[in-house]
Design a protein around this ligand. Sequence first.
Ligand SMILES: [Fe+2]
Length: 313
Amino acid sequence: MLRVSLHRLSLSALCSYPPRSLSPRHQTFSFPQLRTRAIPLSTMRDFSTSSDLTTKLLFRQLFEKDSSTYTYLLADVGHPDKPALLIDPVDKTVDRDISLVKDLGLRLIYAINTHVHADHITGTGLLKTKVPGVKSVISKASNSKADMHIEAGDKIYFGDLFLEVRATPGHTQGCVTYVTGDGPDQPTPRMAFTGDTLLIRGCGRTDFQGGSSHQLYHSVHSQARRWDDENGIFTLPKDTYIYPAHDYKGFTVSTVGEEIQYNPRLTKGEETFKSIMENLNLPYPKMIDVAVPANLVCGLQDDSAESVAATSK
Ligand SMILES: [Fe+2]
């Protein structure tokens, strides 16, 4: 288990607080803990300061219109530090996101990507320059620069809540899905942040960045223990919410059960799916030559943080 040992060494140096391991073979990123209990989603999704609940997930879905990207803000507002994370922040909307974090009295600790995006520049690098202490996170398989590199089975703690990492390659080789924790103190139903692997009634293209229709199909469907011991997205409970990285039709959320029934591509057999993906006839991604090189280095490339920050406004 050389992989795990090296991984722990690098994380120990980077974390503000010592990591807590729940399992000998999985890495856990931790934050100071309190005892908690589960609460209904209807309560979790509303920001409130009521004091009768010791655990509360604050959840916000944010939108960047030029690339139709969703950024997700999650925080444990039942924890005294109100630790928060952002999934898939965009450079153009970093100031909006920071302003919201401040308004809500949160402490941003992680800026996380589901994959190396080809259609926009990530906001993780800018967030690091503007919010002291924020750590950038992306999969090891993405071969990108970040403070923390995660793999399937890792857990990312923010307060008493955590995200589990599932490797879901296919759109890119390094795609992962982040799923809220499975446990008595974690949100129910669960929430899956699928990046571009599974979109609402669709999926990400598989013709660039090490993409593979075969891999994407199995990342969504697999019942077997593949992709580093993690099961496919469709093996999650049917009431699990699906929150994708993009939507181009105005949808905001779906569920596993809904996509199992209605996804026009992924309800098909693998061979039909591959044929669909091979015949999409999509244009060359217009941002890919700018976005991918930048996103491989946290979105900041060779520019100084200040010059990139200025162009993002
Ligand atoms: Fe993508």
